[in-house]
Design a protein around this ligand. Structure first.
Ligand code: ATP
Ligand code: MG
Length: 416
């Protein structure tokens, strides 16, 4: 894409109340635009990142059998009354249309997915079922002030599984854990994201959160380096007897860190299937309760978390897997021969399937370099009269200081 054609620009002045690192860089870089507290537009650059994150998540959830759907944001009040959450779900946003029609804007989708699957899977032969979506959620979070980390409107991947037995749920839960490990690894967050034991509520002893270590995270976790798992502080405080120890090996030497909850998995068991009277017929035709699990990943929160983790004082340093483009081609000066060469190179990169942002704007070298650092594309290619004299372009990786002159014929090999 030609940067001269991008309708957004990098900006200098951002709303004063945007204090979080992720919001600052994302707004300055032209990835998101703030509409109101906790509500943002994803701009072309930002939407490309969201799509990349989504596709990684989609591939791994498809791999464990997930079937993708898209459920509505507008949900009937009756369903929320059946689960007793119309008045008890803290952040539920309610809308009224006319005198007596009330709805919620979905903060989560148990109220829709449970009656949905009930319509189709009534026999043991129909189960298990794994359904997921990547969709916009609404929650009336109090004073959201952490950019994409906590939105009133945000993107989530939510997967729901339906089983004939707890053993079958347990088996799938393990597969979901493996999928989550792969997802965070592909996002370059593997080394700093911990499966974290959190309180499970009334239905199981624990739920599991996936927590990415970051100084601006809202949560506090205690990490066991031996097991590579963690415990949420809230859990420790609610445990009888208190005291932090690893739930797997008993180790008491845990490391305290701030962290961002980037996903969680939950054994719901019969919590929702009971509300919708969802039973299946077993081999003998006997009706039994359907057992359920749910598995969330905060897609837009992950985008914020990635910026919190991968940046320096100049801007974002996107991991290659989610960067909006792979290469940022900068042309310096207004030399005709350079411009011609740059066009050829731009097209060659595109022909070879490399996503390029081509900075063909009439801007100074200083502005172009500063924007490139802010936007954070992994490979920066600079073409100027100086480099062209040597038949080369200058290649610099965003996460390294080193620059090298590379023959134009060699570039593909180096960045492919
Ligand atoms: P939190 O404790 O952070 O409020 P939660 O326990 O309410 O999260 P879930 O309802 O299980 O989270 O949602 C699944 C995932 O969606 C979370 O793990 C998180 O990554 C993401 N998420 C939850 N609330 C928000 C929000 N307000 N903005 C952005 N992402 C969110
Ligand atoms: Mg919440």
């Amino acid at each position: 894409m030609r940067q001269s054609q991008l309708f957004t620009k990098t900006i200098k002045n951002i709303p004063a109340e945007e204090k979080s690192v992720n919001a600052q860089f994302l707004i300055k870089g032209g990835f998101i635009d703030k509409v109101m507290s906790g509500v943002y537009t994803f701009l072309p650059l930002g939407w490309r990142v969201i799509n990349k994150i989504e596709n990684i998540v989609r591939e791994e959830i498809n791999f464990i059998g997930g079937q993708e759907v898209s459920m509505p944001a507008l949900q009937p009040k009756e369903n929320w009354e059946l689960t007793n959450r119309w008045d008890n779900f803290d952040a539920l946003i309610k809308v009224e249309i006319g005198e007596d029609s009330k709805f919620s804007l979905g903060p989560t989708h148990e109220e829709i997915v449970t009656p949905l699957v009930k319509k189709f899977a009534s026999s043991y032969k129909d189960l298990p079922v794994y359904v997921y979506q990547i969709q916009t959620k609404f929650r009336n979070e109090a004073r959201p002030k952490s950019g994409l980390l906590r939105g009133r409107e945000f993107i989530m991947k939510d997967l729901y599984s339906f089983h004939t037995s707890e053993e079958d749920l347990d088996k799938y839960y393990t597969r979901a854990e493996a999928a989550y490990e792969k997802i965070y690894k592909r996002l370059n967050l593997g080394g700093i994201t911990y499966k974290t034991f959190a309180s499970g509520g009334a239905f199981s002893k624990y739920s599991h959160e996936y927590q990415t270590v970051s100084p601006n995270g809202e949560d506090t976790i205690y990490i066991c380096d031996k097991c590579r798992i963690a415990v949420n502080k809230e859990l420790i405080e609610s445990e009888e007897g208190g005291g932090s120890k690893c739930p797997e090996c008993g180790n008491k030497d845990l490391k305290e860190e701030k962290a961002i909850e980037v996903g969680n998995i939950f054994k719901l068991k019969t919590k929702f299937t009971e509300c919708f009277n969802y039973k299946y017929a077993d081999e003998d035709g006997k009706l039994k309760p359907v057992i359920m699990g749910c598995y969330g990943i905060g897609i837009s929160r992950l985008m914020g978390a990635l910026v919190e983790v991968f940046h320096d004082d100049k801007g974002i340093i996107w991991p290659e897997a989610v960067a909006p483009f792979r290469a940022h081609l900068l042309i310096l000066g207004d030399d005709k021969a350079v411009a011609k060469k740059a066009e050829v190179l731009y097209n060659k990169l595109l022909d070879n399937g490399i996503e390029v942002l081509f900075d063909d704007r009439e801007e100074s070298a200083g502005v172009k370099f500063a924007d490139a650092d802010l936007i954070g594309i992994p490979y920066r290619l600079v073409i100027s009269p100086k480099t062209l004299d040597k038949g080369s372009v200058e290649l610099k990786k965003r996460d390294q200081e080193r620059m090298e002159l590379v023959k134009i014929s060699e570039i593909l090999k180096l960045i492919k």
